[in-house]
Design a protein around this ligand. Sequence first.
Ligand code: PLP
Length: 391
Amino acid sequence: MELNAVTTMETGRFCVDASICVVYLHPHGLAMPAPSFPDHRRTDQMSSTHPVPASIDTITGQKRLELAHFPTPLEAAPRLAAHAGLAELFIKREDMSGYALGGNKLRQIDFILAEALDQGADMVITTAGSQSNFCRSLAGAAAKLGLGCHLHLRAKMGTDHVGNLLLDDIFGAKVTFTEKTDPWDPAIRAELDEIGQSYEAAGRKPYIAQLTGSSATLGIAGWVSGAAELMDDFRKIGRQPDAIVVVCGSGLTAGGLALGLKHLGATTRVVGVSAQQPEARLRQWIVETANAATTELGFATRLAPNDFDILDDKIGPGYGIPSPASIEAVRQAGRLAGLVLDPVYTGKGMAALLAEGDGGMLTGKSVVFLHSGGTPGLFTHAAAFDTDARP
Ligand SMILES: Cc1ncc(COP(=O)(O)O)c(C=O)c1O
């Protein structure tokens, strides 16, 4: 890393630390010198006197912690089903998966942190967008366990001290920002490694989690396990729905579900709704990542590109930006089912469900909607709901 001068970004509130090549923002938006990483605020590290409940996951054979609350509820939403043109609609309430406001990442974190603890880590480092639900969830899990947490976030989604960034702070995570914008950019991994080395030099034992990299297999494993839970749900309701609609960022949730449901012989089809990537790139990544995971997990099942659907017509103005359709979908889900969706993830998934029920591939079908959480995002986009079109 050769940066040796302070660099100003669009907002004019950033500075770049020359030695580590990351941008750092004071929580209140004031430019300030970048901290030295090992100076971590949280010093309470894992203690062997407080064992963490763990188990071996029956479907993947992987070790997992039991930090989250499973099974999550599967509940019927008949008023929303009727509005959407579906035969029936169930909501898988992953938003109720437990600590730190829940969400779809908690299943993956149970697996990721089991590996981190097995490796003797006393802190975790990870990366994603600045309003990342994964990072907020990991920060919450780290706080529960007494692990240090350093989040290295892509600044493009905004750096205001609201929503998940506020929660990251409340959970005691250290936050730095990168200018990189592509989650798959290898330069981000290089930055994470550099941050990790800085902590190691200070005697810490960091574990680096990256969903678009080294943690992808465990991310898939988390949702293969989630597929087994859904099969239990389906046994309880006495039928397998035609489809499960799940919004996609990295695609690991949809990929793990598609792989797991296929492995378990389910007829329910995964319909992924992209909130970020074009269809072809997302589909290819899901297939490659799921099949790399099958090798590591020792599954004979392979995921084929046509085993699941990907829709990419609800991204709207862009990743992390509400669209008129997602705002309307959040309103409908609220009014007709008492659900709290957000306009950048689950709102876009619900917008696709409403469109596909209205003469599209879901018309008259039995459908599950995965409520993948993302609740803090609603409150960062309150202004987008302030419209004269409101009835
Ligand atoms: C609320 C919410 N739903 C869905 C997703 C998509 O999950 P995945 O990254 O596994 O595709 C995310 C990803 O960040 C999310 O935060």
